[in-house]
Design a protein around this ligand. Structure first.
Ligand SMILES: O=C(O)CCC(=O)C(=O)O
Length: 288
């Protein structure tokens, strides 16, 4: 990747240089790589030490405001926000009893402004610097709206739901709205080097005794901030006790050296969300 061809200005970090790998081919010689938005050596060390790193101000507030508008536009889509649409997880609003959208999973094709984020170098370059210069591959994309009164997420490692897929999986949390303790910001726990802490094959949350709960970091963020965390990094998030939405996008990638798994994961996810449904409920469900 030639840094000079990128349209956007370099934000915050210095570029990370990767030398060309050795080549025995006269036809194609791999080239050195510059990651314009790669992590600094301090950020990389932080990721390696604790299993996550927060990158502040990666996107500017105007860009985040455009995502917020796109999120609103999607909710106005009467052709998509339908009771049987499994991509749109809905729950009764505690105040009104009317259904509200809690999550869209996957979301990348529902709005171009949101889909473009999955290809933005400010998301990809930090991952490539973690992957030793190799390109990341998108594995999963979800958009959590967490409206006022919306439920939180129990303590878990994401890999519990991705067993059998590569362990190079890393998620990027993209803040659309300000996230606070009150509206249920993500809380990350260092210690991913302990490996997989769940009981294999069980889709349950982690018992709190398996994690040093006093080491949790509540990741309060501003629109445009990013947090990168490994699939073994335990995390949880509280309910939204505020009057404001807490919209966050979660993009998950694997090292391209581990291959392409987007569709395989999507098939697995579809199985997961329908596995408890009766034949009648399945007949009323669709994935639009
Ligand atoms: O909403 C959050 O902050 C966390 C969500 C989460 O843990 C997940 O979707 O795996």
């Amino acid at each position: 990747m030639n840094a000079a061809t990128l349209e956007r200005p370099v934000l915050a970090q210095s570029a990370t240089e990767f030398p060309a790998p050795p080549s025995d081919s006269a036809v194609y010689a791999p080239h050195a790589r510059t990651l314009t938005h790669g992590l600094t050596s301090e950020q990389l060390a932080e990721f390696r030490a604790q299993g996550f790193v927060v990158v502040r101000g990666a996107f500017d507030p105007a860009e985040a405001a455009a995502w917020a508008r796109a999120c609103d536009e999607v909710l106005a889509r009467a052709d998509l926000v339908l009771p049987g649409n499994l991509r749109f997880e809905q729950h009764p609003d505690p105040a009104t009893g009317r259904p509200h959208v809690w999550k869209i999973d996957p979301f990348l094709d529902v709005h171009p402004a949101l889909g473009a984020l999955t290809r933005d170098r400010r998301v990809l370059d930090p991952l490539a610097s973690i992957y030793g210069g190799r390109e990341p591959r998108l594995f999963k994309d979800k958009l959590i709206y967490k409206p006022p009164g919306g439920h939180g997420s129990g303590l878990h490692q994401d890999y519990n739901w991705w067993q059998g897929f590569p362990t190079s999986l890393i998620s990027v949390m993209v803040a659309v709205d300000p996230a606070t303790r009150e509206n249920g910001c993500t809380e990350l726990f260092p210690g991913y080097e302990q490996g997989f802490l769940h009981t294999p094959g069980e889709f349950k949350h982690l018992p709190k005794e398996r994690v040093a709960m006093d080491r949790g970091v509540s990741v309060e963020t501003q629109p445009g901030d990013l947090a990168f965390f490994h699939c073994f990094t335990p995390h949880q998030a509280g309910a939204n006790a505020s009057a404001l939405w807490r919209r966050q996008i979660f993009l998950t990638y694997n090292d391209s050296a581990d291959g392409e798994h987007y569709q395989a994961h999507r098939d697995h996810y579809l199985w997961y969300v329908t596995r408890m449904k009766s034949a009648e409920e399945k007949a009323r469900s669709f994935f639009l």
